[in-house]
Design a protein around this ligand. Structure first.
Ligand SMILES: [Zn+2]
Length: 412
């Protein structure tokens, strides 16, 4: 029986969202947290975009060092030979790739304006797969953009060709959130059954069904005899109405009626990291967690009405499906209410020493402390908000990696 794997795309779909973005240090922290949580893979960025190069290479270096292990890191590019060549020229150590191309007639006609037909799409995709293999890619996922509005027979043909040319997975993209749980179950089961390839689910929330569709699609893939890879983002941040929320997807698979224990994760997910990763993403994106967010919202375990409060006090299971401790909630959090020394782009050694001392970080010498302070200042320039303790730890622990993350050289 197939298993379920999570591929988080916060560092790709999340950061391409209108009005939102992350510093390269924040993207790195997200990869670290996803790894801690047991997420199988992070779609960590755009290898053909020049300002990503140093960040992508530094994160592959962290992987080599064993820091970002066992998580896999895949780059997202368009399915063209030019993009594949450019990706490997800019980021030579890439191992995992997502190659994306539109497959619906709406997009083929609407984007290419008559200059491409379905056969051209098949050729572009298969040539890109061959090029990625020639560059030594270990895993290749081919993304069928707008799969849910794609003619079913063409999608089958596209998936078959992708498999025959050596792709490991095909990503079924419900790019516009058009599917419902019943349609996506059927479509994905058919692809899995008839082509015999692992399928990724990439769902958006335009109709409010991203999480349900991801889970139903994954059930279809597994019932069709293959492994399912669900694309998520932290707090559901993504294009327009967002993507399938990481924590809600995990909760759904672990807790929903009839699902618990039936569909299994290929890698154990540590739900206990949910609180930490959601809080960090909220802080670093500067987007509050909705009060009613599953699992991590302020009201997810709050009760006030008489009947509910009485019921939950007698037995929490009366009104709670799962315990807050499972998500890593319930620990007291220190919130400074008086004087506070924050890190900033103009921090000095005295204030910095105070912050690091509070975090029990000691430096070998004043020179080392000053070097880390300098890096923290640069990190603050890019973040434009005080660094959190984990970020300062990271900077202090991996100064060489941090230097690479902070190096942006548009004039070179
Ligand atoms: Zn998307």
């Amino acid at each position: 029986m197939g298993k379920i794997y999570i591929i988080d795309v916060t560092n790709r779909d999340g950061v391409q969202t209108a009005r939102l973005g992350l510093s390269k240090l924040a993207k790195t922290m997200i990869n670290m947290y996803l790894n801690e949580m047991g997420v199988y893979q992070s779609e960590f960025g755009f290898p053909t975009t020049k300002h990503e190069s140093n960040y992508l290479k530094a994160n592959l270096e962290l992987q080599e060092m064993g820091v970002l292990q066992p998580i896999r890191l895949n780059g997202w590019i368009r399915a063209t030979v030019e993009d594949v060549d450019r990706a490997f020229a800019l980021v030579p150590g890439l191992k995992d790739l997502s190659l994306s191309i539109s497959t619906s007639s709406q997009m083929i006609n609407g984007k290419f304006q008559g200059s491409k037909c379905e056969d051209d799409i098949l050729n572009m995709a298969t040539e890109a797969i061959e090029a990625a293999k020639a560059h030594g890619a270990e895993t290749i996922g081919v993304n069928a953009e707008d799969a849910s509005r794609t003619d079913a027979d063409f999608l089958l043909k596209f998936t078959t060709e992708a498999k025959e040319h050596g792709a490991q997975r095909v990503r079924y993209c419900d790019t516009l959130g058009y599917d419902n749980p019943f349609t996506i179950y059927d479509s994905c089961k058919r692809l899995a059954q008839e082509v015999g390839i692992d399928i990724e689910l990439h769902c958006h929330g335009d109709l409010g069904m991203a999480v349900a569709n991801s889970i139903a699609g994954a059930m279809g893939v597994i019932d069709g005899g293959q492994n399912a890879f669900i694309n998520t983002t932290i707090n559901g941040i993504g294009e327009r109405a967002g993507n399938a929320d990481l924590v809600a997807v995990v909760l759904g698979l672990k807790k929903s009626k009839g699902l618990a224990g039936k569909y299994k994760f290929g890698v154990p997910i540590r739900l206990s990291k949910a609180w930490k990763i959601s809080k960090y993403a909220s802080y670093t994106f500067n987007v509050p967690i909705p009060i009613n967010q599953p699992g991590v919202g302020a009201n997810a375990f709050a009760h006030s009405s008489g009947i509910h409060a009485d019921g939950v006090l007698k037995d929490p299971e009366n009104y709670e499906l799962y315990d807050f401790k499972e998500l890593g909630r319930g620990e007291p959090e220190l919130v400074e209410t008086g004087r506070e020394i924050c890190s900033g782009e103009y921090s000095g050694i005295s204030g910095f020493g105070h912050i690091m001392g509070k975090m029990a970080i000691e430096f070998d010498s004043r020179e080392v402390a000053e070097e880390v302070l300098e890096l923290a200042r640069y990190a603050n320039v890019l973040a434009q908000q005080p660094l959190v303790a984990d970020e300062l730890y990271f900077v202090a622990k991996y100064p060489d990696i941090t230097r690479k993350l902070l190096t942006l050289t548009p004039l070179a």
